[in-house]
Design a protein around this ligand. Structure first.
Ligand code: HEC
Ligand code: HEC
Length: 253
């Protein structure tokens, strides 16, 4: 199982990174320019240090307003809880989460800068993409639905809704919603936790959950979640709107 997932994930990353080298080069240059721009007294050659300049480097992969792109592996950023986005930027910068272009891009950015970018994307709210038509049979979709909405007590798997919310929109400050994500992205993230390439602050509750899932569970969950229509209210509710079944280190700030 291990052998099958990791090489294919790495191969996928290599495949996706290679054609991006040129645009990433341009992106890094744009970011470096904006980082180095003087706070005042800009010359015509140095762009002002505005948020629009800072996030220009992100647009090729995350969309102009963080809405995501056609690439099924590049996640949407817009409207996710600010604390969640901030935690992810820190995780990429500090190596708790791995994706080489992101690790490289954020390597030297100060924490305050990352927080401002997180707040920026959290405040945007373009519509969610249309649901992905399921490519699996009804029995697999039903299995995904059961795991997400009820869990499986016999295997100690909690319902995903117990933390991600009954409408799957997440909760402030750091629990992301699970709708509007594509199946390959969801599978890769759950795989990352199962195999330790994605970790969150301890206690890493998602690692505990993902470790209990089989590959078949992950496929079913990814297919069902990505087939769901957008909820009417997409914003994550405020902190403390419901109690989590067990602690997540990422929520303690
Ligand atoms: C070369 C493409 C690329 C560029 C440029 C890029 N990203 Fe990413 N980003 C990704 C990919 C792919 C992922 C998912 C990686 C993974 O977990 O395997 C990601 C993940 C993220 C996440 C976590 C999303 C989530 O839901 O967990 C955040 C936040 C993020 N990027 C912010 C940014 C910001 C801010 C910039 C600009 C400074 C940026 N990214 C530039 C490709 C890119
Ligand atoms: C005990 C609470 C808890 C439970 C139960 C839980 N999650 Fe999570 N989940 C979290 C937290 C907290 C995060 C954010 C972790 C971080 O900061 O990286 C998260 C993040 C995620 C992400 C990453 C989203 C993104 O944009 O990258 C996915 C996917 C996910 N969870 C899926 C699930 C699924 C599927 C289940 C049910 C099988 C589940 N979660 C159950 C707390 C939980």
């Amino acid at each position: 199982m291990h052998d099958r997932i990791l090489p294919s994930r790495e191969a996928e990353q290599r495949r996706r990174v290679a054609p991006l080298r040129i645009s990433l080069g341009a992106a890094v240059t744009a970011l470096a320019l904006s980082t180095l721009a003087p706070a005042r007294g800009e010359t015509p050659e140095s762009p002002p240090d505005t948020m629009a300049e800072r996030v220009r480097a992100c647009a090729p992969c995350h969309g102009a307003v963080g809405e995501g792109t056609k690439d099924p592996y590049f996640p949407r950023l817009a409207g996710k809880p600010a604390g969640y986005l901030h935690n992810q930027l820190l995780a990429f910068r500090n190596g708790r989460r791995h994706y080489p272009p992101m690790n490289y891009l954020l390597e030297f950015l100060p924490e305050a800068y990352l927080k401002e970018m997180a707040d920026h994307f959290a405040g945007l709210n373009p519509p969610l993409p249309p649901p992905s038509p399921p490519t699996v049979g009804d029995d697999i979709l039903a299995h995904g639905r059961t795991l997400v909405t009820q869990g499986d007590a016999s295997r100690n798997i909690p319902a995903c809704t117990s933390c991600h919310g009954s409408t799957l929109t997440g909760m402030e400050p750091g629990i992301p919603g699970l709708l509007g994500l594509r199946p390959s992205y969801i599978s890769a993230q759950l795989g990352g936790w199962r195999y330790g390439t994605r970790t969150a602050l301890a206690p890493d509750c998602m690692q505990a959950v993902a470790a209990r899932l089989t590959e078949g569970d992950v496929t079913a969950i990814a297919a069902w979640l990505s087939s769901r229509p957008a909820p009417a209210e997409r914003r994550p509710p405020p902190r403390g709107s419901y109690a989590l079944p067990f602690a997540c280190g990422s929520q303690a700030h």
